[in-house]
Design a protein around this ligand. Structure first.
Ligand code: CTP
Length: 268
């Protein structure tokens, strides 16, 4: 939010739920998560480190603090925040008093935080995901999302309509990448968060999962937190994984690398 005076501010109708869902689901998948949250009454998901901010400028400086000068502080940034595009040119120290005459509020542009990070990024890390909330029809929504994808230099944009995305527990989004688009059915925000995270880490996650499952089979103990993911692995695959696990056993540093990306309590 952007303060006008000690009792008034500019805000918008976003609830922050989508960002909290992404944080919750990323933590549940084993990622180390920092959630930078604007003013909200939502509770912090388990296992998530939270930094509270108020304005766009606070969010920007906190993000830079978390990511560091070379943006090495995270593997991915999912920018679900509904950042204000403008802020009052002056914040009044005292409550503004009522008068009979119309007043004008001068607004100045906020920096585009995501676009700044997109232009600072040199390689492909951190992965950057933006959101695009629009009130337009679907073709225009997609066109605007494509514009944001290239202008902000991000990996993909989660585009949704303001009338569906704001407020409720569910969302209906279109994932817009540079080459393709994917229309997703209406789903809960937690489900959409999972879908976004799966898309982000398809390669890394699959590799980490295989290694972790293999490691767990090898140790055959204390790996219940992998049960869901491990179900996706067939019996044939399991025996292949066991063989690979024997190799990984001697390559514990390699495993350590993937475990730091997809940390699970049982492996810490
Ligand atoms: N965003 C940002 N900094 C801003 C405004 C937006 O980082 N000052 C990010 C949002 O978090 C989101 C993406 O940019 O991930 C798109 O935000 P959106 O409000 O849909 O678009 P804008 O770029 O602000 O453009 P417009 O409001 O004109 O649609």
């Amino acid at each position: 939010v952007e303060d006008i005076d000690p009792v008034r501010f500019l805000g918008n109708r976003s609830t922050g739920r989508m960002g909290f869902s992404v944080a919750r689901r990323a933590a549940a998948r084993g990622a180390r998560v920092t959630l930078i949250a604007g003013p909200t009454e939502l509770t912090t998901p388990a296992g998530v480190q939270r930094r509270d901010v108020r304005s766009a400028s606070d969010m920007r400086s906190t993000l830079h603090d978390v990511l560091g000068p070379s943006l090495g502080g995270a593997d991915a940034l999912v920018m679900a925040a509904a950042v204000g595009d403008y802020r009052p040119a002056h914040i009044h120290n005292e409550k503004m008093k009522r008068g009979a005459q119309p007043i004008q509020l001068e607004l100045v542009a906020n920096p585009d935080i995501l676009a700044e990070l997109g232009s600072m990024r040199t390689g492909s890390s951190p992965l950057l995901v933006g959101f695009a909330v629009e009130t337009a029809d679907e073709p225009t929504l997609i066109e605007h999302a494509r514009g944001k994808l290239s202008k902000k230099r991000v990996d993909f944009i989660v585009a949704n309509s303001a009338s569906i995305g704001f407020g409720g527990e569910s969302n209906e989004a279109i994932l817009v990448g540079s080459d393709d688009i994917e229309r997703l059915p209406r789903m809960t925000k937690d489900e959409l968060a999972d879908r976004i995270l799966r898309g982000l880490f398809e390669g890394d996650f699959a590799i980490a999962l295989e290694r972790a499952a293999a490691f767990c089979r090898l140790m055959s103990a204390g790996c219940t937190s992998f049960a869901d993911d491990a179900e996706a692995v067939s019996a044939d695959r399991a025996s292949e994984l066991t063989t690979r696990a024997l190799r990984f056993h001697s390559l514990s540093t390699e495993f350590g690398g993937c475990a730091s990306l997809w940390r699970r309590e049982s492996l810490d």
